[in-house]
Design a protein around this ligand. Structure first.
Ligand code: SAH
Length: 343
């Protein structure tokens, strides 16, 4: 079977050419085509001879994504259904605001976690995405941003389908490609990795020397409540998460963001707010309150705006930075937690 040429590093590609009796710099040229220039065919590679292109064709394929369907929301949000080489589909979203364009990308086909409030969790995990499949989503959205908004992509969030820290190696490799001057050259500081909280992997990421930001889907600082809505988390007690986040801060000096949805009857009491304040005070952190996007499950309903404001006021009184994330793209099921390949 032919190998996917994008699974090779630049050095490996150069070695391949040398082994075949060609100059090593051919490897650099081809590497530039498959990454920086996003070429999906060998035929496009006009600075190398026809014979060489044929030779490449005999040895390799270029696996790549294809946008199967585009949906546009009234608020400008664009959702892409993206087909992978083996016919699986994932979704990625372009979110425009006044001064930025954010790409929300997927890291896995489906998800192995079981967050009760998230549509993706109903899909089960089929497989991890390869680094090039993550990279391609970003390239696609960058092109759409240029086309529809006349500006390049400015931010990237790993908040699409999947748990990025359960596809760790490919996540890191995709970040390296996205930020490399041989790739998209987007600063790592503009990337947010969102995790549901896997302590061991958080520490590993802290050791990586990347400049990315970390967000953690907390949703409750009361163990029992959190375990009910995110059952997998019973393996990862809040204390272990805290320890890993302390380690993250010590290593990176970057504040972690807690993502937090407020639901009626689940985490809308004063005890819930107090627990969050206490947890936040013990960790260098800020809070992003997220508007809940319905996935049609009666057990989960957004809390009233009064409660959300109460959260905000009490957190602020305790000198904890709070932002509120309004949802975007709801009309096309493109908002957080709604990615489930419905189309
Ligand atoms: N697995 C990672 C990244 C994907 S989820 C994580 O859990 O962080 C991205 C964000 O969307 C998370 O904060 C998640 O908790 C949130 N989310 C999931 N379902 C949602 C819903 N129905 N409404 C609003 N946010 C949701």
């Amino acid at each position: 079977m032919k190998i996917d040429i994008r699974s090779l590093s630049e050095d490996e590609l150069c070695e391949f050419f040398v082994k075949k009796g060609f100059d090593s710099y051919r490897g650099k040229q081809v590497y530039e085509w498959i990454w920086k220039k996003s070429s999906y065919t060998f035929d496009n590679m006009t600075n190398i001879s026809k014979d060489l292109r044929l030779m490449l064709d005999e040895n390799f394929v270029i696996n790549h994504i294809e946008v199967d369907k585009i949906q546009k929301s009234l608020d400008g949000t664009i959702k892409n259904a993206v087909k992978l080489f083996d016919d699986y589909t994932v979704e990625s979203v372009l979110i425009p605001t006044q001064d930025r364009t954010t790409a929300c990308v997927s890291s896995q086909v489906g998800c192995s976690l079981d967050c009760k409030f998230c549509a993706t969790s109903k899909l089960k995990r089929m497989r991890n995405l390869n680094p090039d499949e993550i990279y391609d989503q970003v390239v696609t959205i960058n092109n759409q941003s240029l086309k529809y908004f006349n500006r390049p992509l400015s931010n990237i969030v790993f908040m699409g389908m999947g748990e990025p820290l359960m596809n760790y190696n490919n996540l890191v490799r995709s970040i390296e490609k996205i930020s490399s001057d041989k790739g998209l050259n987007i600063s790592q500081k503009r990337i947010v990795v969102s995790t549901s909280g896997i302590p061991k992997m958080i520490k590993k990421l802290a050791d990586e020397n990347l400049k990315v930001n970390l967000a953690l889907s907390l949703h409750s600082a009361i163990e029992e409540t959190r375990n009910k809505i995110m059952p997998f988390s019973s393996k990862f007690p809040l204390n272990d998460i805290k320890e890993s986040l302390d380690y993250w801060y010590e290593k990176t000096k970057r504040k972690i963001t807690f993502e937090y949805i407020v639901w009626k009857g689940i985490n809308d009491s004063i005890e819930d707010i107090d627990a969050l304040v206490k947890y936040c005070k013990s960790i260098t952190s800020k809070v992003n309150l997220i508007e809940y996007n319905s996935i049609g499950d009666q057990d989960f309903q957004s809390a009233s705006p009064n409660i959300i404001n109460l959260y905000k006021n009490i957190l602020e009184k305790n000198k904890i930075t709070v932002t509120i994330r309004r949802s975007r793209g709801k009309d096309i099921d493109a908002a957080c937690g709604q990615l489930a390949n419905k189309q």
